[in-house]
Write a protein of this length. Structure first.
Length: 355
């Protein structure tokens, strides 16, 4: 039976976001920027302590305990915290809430490709100012009569961090425009790098975080936003307009536990950063060029082998990395930082390929 075209004409059609492969079996998976190390052992204990009887009950729609924990961690008021099902859910709701004026929004031409998908999905006009030759933003491009601004810091897929003074310049130039800074990778960028420190001075700022990268909990789907109480209230109103129950009981209990285990968290961050720095040095020895990373991945290319060919050869060796067949970055591979053992195998495999 075929579907009537007249029926399909009444149904929305979109070009979806393409996630990284999720291969099964014995592979080295370095294509989706997951943390190679598990969450705190205390999170595992919390899973064991969880009573299955709790699953028959709706979770607290306000997630009050989790909100309080996040607020305390970032030294903000509870009214400044919004929690969603991963940062993708948070940002999608932010698009619906903050970018509804009908005016164009801005995000870089090389950035997280979901932004373009959401803009199309919600019928939001947009432009994508070009990054400069060093893959950094031109502050002068981000001003005018705008409907909103969003960019990751550090950027994905480049891994480049924009210093806070540049973020502040954009905020100063746009006092009447919501500016969303997507900090999915900020924990790998070093101390005092987060735009959370600017919240008190710029009420138009929204900072988005995720548990999927540095907190090793991609499978739990936890994300959150921080901002001015009035903007957070508007975001909550949108959430409650279509789904008052979001995170499961188990997700926000484990989310609270992760924040309570700060020492373990920082140790894992430093372990990944140390491996990243070692791998960058090894790439240099192999003749690769790469952008200086402030994330848990490296964006690299080789002068004599295309990105597509490198990805193909690595996949044949059961090593998965990410390639983007897009202008300006088609020669690059985005390589997640795995364990020391995994990165050693990758280094040896790359040596065989480029030799």
């Amino acid at each position: 039976m075929q579907v009537n075209q007249a029926l399909l004409d009444k149904v929305r059609s979109v070009i979806p976001y393409t996630p990284g492969d999720q291969p099964q079996g014995k592979v080295i998976k370095l294509n989706t920027n997951e943390n190679p190390y598990p969450p705190s052992p205390r999170v595992a204990e919390r899973l064991q302590e969880f009573s299955i009887d709790q699953l028959r009950l709706y979770p607290d729609p306000t997630m009050a305990d989790f909100v309080s924990t996040i607020a305390s961690y970032h030294n903000v008021h509870e009214s400044q915290v919004f929690i969603g099902i991963g940062s993708d859910d948070v940002i999608a709701q932010a698009f619906m809430t903050y970018f509804s004026s009908g005016k164009k929004i801005l995000f870089p031409d090389v950035t997280y490709s979901f932004y373009e998908v959401w803009a199309d999905l919600f019928h939001i006009p947009y432009e994508r100012p070009s990054l400069n030759t060093d893959f950094m933003v031109h502050v002068s491009d981000y001003q005018g009569d705008l409907g909103g601004i969003i960019f990751p810091n550090p950027n994905a897929p480049t891994g480049i961090y924009e210093p806070l003074d540049k973020v502040e310049e954009i905020l100063k130039a746009n006092p009447d425009t919501v500016v969303i800074v997507d900090e999915a990778y900020i924990d790998f960028a070093g101390k005092d790098t987060s735009a959370v420190s600017l919240l008190d001075r710029y009420p138009q700022l929204i900072v988005v975080r995720t548990y999927s990268k540095s907190r090793s909990m991609a499978g739990m789907r936890i994300g959150y936003a921080l901002g001015h109480p009035e903007l957070i209230k508007r975001l909550l109103d949108v959430k409650y307009a279509y789904n008052s129950y979001t995170l499961s009981q188990l997700s926000f209990l484990c989310g609270i536990t992760s924040i309570e285990e700060e020492d373990y968290f920082q140790q894992q961050i430093q372990k990944i950063v140390k491996t990243r720095q070692w791998f960058e040095d090894e790439l240099t020895k192999l003749g690769f060029e790469y952008l200086k990373s402030s994330t848990n991945f490296v964006f690299a290319k080789h002068p004599s082998i295309s990105g597509a060919e490198l990805m193909k050869r690595l996949k044949n060796k059961h090593i998965y990395v990410r390639h983007f067949a897009k202008p300006k970055i088609s020669d690059y591979l985005r390589i997640s930082i795995g364990t020391d053992e995994e990165m050693g195998i990758l280094r040896d495999t790359l040596y065989d390929i480029v030799s």
